[in-house]
Design a protein. Structure first.
Length: 95
């Protein structure tokens, strides 16, 4: 797992384009991008706790367990980037 975490830590912030189009807006941003920009820190932390909890609770029940773990690692890494100041809060873009 440490190799996975190391790979995620080396991943550029804009390297989330592998997500299906249905998860992104016209700017290429997904729900987490929008939340990180527009929510208060407390709101964002709550959203991330909920999302991580959802994936942990259902691990192996919806998708293959390794795929679910990759999702958990992705969300955890993005939260870490936010907490590390690598994600800047901005005004909401016009949709």
């Amino acid at each position: 797992m440490s190799d996975t975490i190391a790979a995620l830590q080396q991943r550029p912030l804009d390297d989330y384009a592998d997500k299906p189009e249905r998860y992104r807006n016209q700017h290429g941003d997904d729900w987490i991008d929008d939340c990180a920009r527009t929510m208060t820190p407390e709101e964002f932390r709550g959203a991330m706790k909920f999302t991580l909890g959802k994936y942990i609770r259902r691990a192996g029940k919806k998708d293959e367990i390794r795929q679910e773990i990759r999702k958990i690692a992705d969300y955890a890494q993005r939260w870490l980037e936010y907490e590390s100041g690598r994600v800047q809060r901005k005004e909401l873009r016009d949709e």
